[in-house]
Unconditional design. Structure first.
Length: 161
């Protein structure tokens, strides 16, 4: 019986100690979050990201792709003054009769957003497997970019021969 009482007292003391640490930790986290949101408000009021500030380029190619290629690596370069977010998902489009048409893809993506800080870049491999390039011509890869203020599509054109 004494063991149960002692065990109960130890558990109560341990739990109350954890509760106190959690409360003070929450206060510290709240202060940090307040500082971050204040600095974000300053950035938001001073800058807006322009589409020209974020670029996407095809890595190691001169934007000419052969029908036999299995993938393309693209680099997204953030030259804006803010952090952007981008996922692995992408679209491939074909320019046909003066209109960009989606090309059916049979790929799956990780549903994760990656942050790219200003002045940095991130590389993404875009699979071309399963895409039937029945004809050469102009194509593009389209990726969606997210900022605090807006969402927009970024694209890079390439030629299939």
């Amino acid at each position: 019986m004494k063991r149960i009482i002692v065990l109960f007292i130890v558990c109560v003391i341990y739990c109350s100690g954890c509760q106190q640490r959690n409360d003070s930790g929450s206060e510290i986290l709240q202060e940090i979050n307040n500082e971050k949101s204040n600095s974000m408000k300053q950035v938001d009021s001073e800058q807006n990201i322009s589409v020209d500030d974020v670029t996407m380029v095809i890595n190691n190619y001169e934007n000419i792709i052969t029908m036999e290629m299995k993938d393309i690596t693209v680099d997204i370069i953030n030259n804006s003054g803010d952090t952007i977010s981008v996922g692995y998902n992408y679209k491939v489009q074909h320019f046909n009769k003066n209109v960009w048409e989606d090309v059916p893809l049979s790929v799956s993506y990780e549903d994760i957003l990656y942050d790219i800080d200003h002045g940095n870049k991130k590389s993404f491999v875009c699979s071309l497997e399963g895409i039937q390039f029945y004809q050469g011509g102009e194509y593009r890869i389209v990726k969606t970019i997210y900022t605090e203020q807006e969402t927009y599509d970024l694209s890079v054109d390439f030629h299939v021969k």
